[in-house]
Design a protein around this ligand. Structure first.
Ligand code: SAH
Length: 341
């Protein structure tokens, strides 16, 4: 087990169960997460006595992932990691004027099967552990010599299909003695697993929720996202309404713009209708084309028209700024290249 799998509460429990002083937990957290410490061996945690360090060595490993390649462009770095079982995952670092954000992966492969998605071409092999997600941040911070201020769980995988680990991950990175990343700077993106959205409404952290909508009608959504066959838009919107009521937080709807698939003026009007009265904001994302899939990006003019229709109808909308177009873009392409899928 990785030491990064444990929340502070779990670490306290570990020390108590071993009849050790519980303040070792906060000490150790600081050795692991404090930017100036970040130990790579338990022996470096010098104020923890040897006997306890030896037990830690027996019970935990520190690192489980390593960087394989880094592709660099002006405002973006794309990391390919290798896991202990030789699987690969990716994370993308984006430099913004407001800080540095990291898009992390939550699973090896993904079972959601969205037709347009490169990552979904490979079925889920396994969930990432909490520690493997935490380590994506640690490794990037150390490689790029920066501090990550924002985290989005939008890399490979469906976070709500790895729910418990995601929640622990959020607890660790948000904790003041952990990575101290503000809850409002953390975003979970889901293709819409309704029961988990409802469960997440009771998760007591003020994190952001993004929903991959991508289509305004069930008919169209079913064509591109198999999950729409399990949960209708009615179910999804109802769950979101409950989430909004409980959390008082605005949700984001992601809508990738795919040429001739979901980008007509009629689609825009259907979207306006669907989102009426919902405290939300729509992020239009120009589709990232990938070699293996036939989908094309909407034309700039079409995107502009779509945007205008939403705007005119009082939907809060932005067009996502693009990163990484030149470097295998986002969305599982680096891993595919590596494994030649
Ligand atoms: N499974 C989660 C998170 C990972 S996908 C989810 O569905 O939200 C992150 C986002 O990237 C999703 O909105 C997904 O639909 C989108 N995406 C997938 N392939 C893409 C592509 N080729 N271009 C642009 N966005 C893409």
């Amino acid at each position: 087990m990785s030491i990064y799998d444990l929340t502070l509460e779990e670490l306290i429990e570990y020390f108590i169960n071993n009849n050790d002083k519980k303040f070792y937990a906060t000490e150790l957290f600081s050795w692991l997460y404090n930017k100036d410490k970040r130990i790579t061996s338990f022996d470096d945690a010098t104020n923890i006595k040897k006997e306890v360090r030896d037990r830690l060595k027996k019970d935990f490993v520190i690192s489980n992932i390593s960087i394989v390649t880094v592709e660099k462009a002006k405002d973006v770095r794309k990391y390919l990691f290798k896991l202990n079982d030789k699987e690969h995952i990716e994370a993308v670092l984006m430099y913004h004027d407001y800080g540095n954000s990291l898009c992390i992966s939550s699973q090896v492969g993904c079972n959601m099967g969205c037709k347009f998605c490169e990552s979904g071409r490979r079925k889920k092999v396994r969930n990432l552990t909490t520690g493997e997600m935490v380590e994506q941040i640690l490794k990037v911070e150390s490689d790029a010599d920066i501090r990550i201020s924002h985290v989005v769980i939008m890399g490979i995988g469906e976070p709500f299909d790895n729910y418990d680990n995601i929640c622990n991950f959020i607890k660790i990175i948000n904790h003041p003695k952990g990575l101290n990343i503000g809850a409002r700077h953390i975003t979970v993106s889901t293709c819409g697993l309704v029961p988990k959205i409802l469960e997440f409404a009771d998760f007591p952290y003020q994190v952001n929720l993004a929903i991959s909508l991508h289509a305004p009608t069930d008919e169209l959504r079913k064509e591109i996202m198999p999950i729409a066959k399990v949960y209708s838009l009615k179910d999804l919107i109802n769950a979101i309404k409950i989430y909004l009521e409980k959390t008082n937080r605005r949700v984001t709807f992601e809508y990738i713009m795919i040429d001739n698939v979901n980008d007509s003026e009629e689609n825009a009007l259907e979207l306006v209708h669907l989102l009426k009265g919902i405290n939300s904001y729509v992020n239009l994302i120009p589709y990232n084309e990938t070699d293996a899939l036939q989908y094309k990006r909407s034309k700039p003019l079409t995107i502009a028209k779509f945007y205008d229709i939403l705007k005119k109808n009082n939907v809060t909308v932005t067009i996502r700024r693009e990163f990484g177009g030149m470097i295998s873009a986002a969305c599982g392409q680096l891993r595919s290249k590596k494994e030649e899928l």
